[in-house]
Design a protein around this ligand. Structure first.
Ligand code: PAF
Length: 307
């Protein structure tokens, strides 16, 4: 039998319910938080399942956070479907769905922003100025409201995971960040709430993202390539698809997102760090991101895996 989660719309009530859960469950009181903007898909479901497995209580937050959208971005048309999200939450075994209105999260003129530097200097940080300030501010608020033991984030937005991990480390926030693998459609397209924007032909051509990233892994294994050479090959391959309008293609150390310069990627200088190959491409009005996170030591040993 599916049990429906408790739906909570105010911070005060959420705090009350979590406090009484902790009081009633002193031995098994871990709380998992899955922050989302709703319109849940299999990627979100995998985060929810992991949290439900790991914790005594799982809180799913659904909040389309206005301050992480720039002017002209898709805030107003961001897909929403509360009823369907609640069914997904129930099926996943979520205990609480936190569904605040904008006025609940931002009741006053806001004079405080959480800014994470350096890891936000590239990729989406450059293409979407202010985006990560909005993300780190709302995530910090959610951490303070829920005070979870663990919080779950998908690696499709690997830079977001790096930003939140840096924030938690630098500000001593007592939350374990749990990064979870990218979930893909059978044909390789990374799941995203924004995939619904794609027209039929755009959807078909968007497969170039996962295809070119898989090719990139093979190219690194098969030939000596520097990061700039790999970026050039990826750009060439993606540009062959007529509807693809490249925003960025980059290859960086992960998680510090430092540049790799001109050294060969195979057996690269920082074996302790991973290698992030990240792309953002527009198809019509829809901007998609995808990436492969590769362990450099394993690439060297020819047993490359993409996380
Ligand atoms: O990844 C998202 O959906 C959002 O950036 C997040 C983490 C829920 C913050 O609004």
């Amino acid at each position: 039998m599916t049990t429906y989660p408790q739906i909570i719309r105010t911070i005060a009530e959420l705090r009350r319910v979590i406090a009484s859960f902790r009081k009633a469950n002193p031995d098994n009181q871990t709380v998992g938080l899955v922050p989302t903007m709703g319109f849940l898909h299999e990627g979100h479901k995998s985060l929810l399942h992991k949290s439900v497995t790991d914790n005594g209580l799982t809180v799913l937050s659904i909040f389309v956070n206005p301050i992480q959208f720039g002017p002209g971005e898709d805030l107003d048309k961001y897909p929403r479907d509360e009823q369907r999200d609640l069914v997904v939450a129930a099926e996943a075994g979520v205990d609480i769905v936190f569904l605040p209105q904008v006025e609940e999260m931002y009741p006053n003129k806001r004079v405080t922003t959480v800014t994470v530097n350096e890891v936000t200097d590239r990729l989406c940080g450059t293409s979407r100025p202010g985006h990560f300030d909005g993300v780190s501010t709302v995530v910090m608020k959610l951490f303070n409201i829920v005070q979870p033991n663990r919080a779950y984030f998908g690696l499709k937005d690997a830079q977001q995971v790096a930003v939140i991990t840096s924030m938690v480390r630098d500000l001593n926030v007592p939350v374990e960040i749990v990064p979870c693998p990218i979930i893909r459609e059978a044909d390789g397209l990374a799941l995203s709430s924004r995939n619904v924007y794609l027209g039929q032909e755009e959807r078909k051509q968007a497969l170039i993202l996962s295809k070119s990233l898989s090719n990139a892994v093979k190219w690194i294994q098969d030939s000596e390539l520097t990061a700039p050479q790999l970026i050039a090959r990826l750009k060439e391959e993606i540009s062959r698809v007529p509807l693809a309008d490249i925003d960025y293609v980059d290859v960086l150390n992960y998680p510090d997102l430092s540049p790799i310069d001109n050294q060969m990627l195979l057996g690269s200088v920082q074996p302790e760090s991973d290698l992030l190959i990240a792309v953002a491409v527009r198809f019509g009005k829809t901007r998609l991101i995808d990436n492969k996170l590769i362990n450099q030591v394993e690439v060297g040993a020819n047993t490359c895996f993409a996380k």
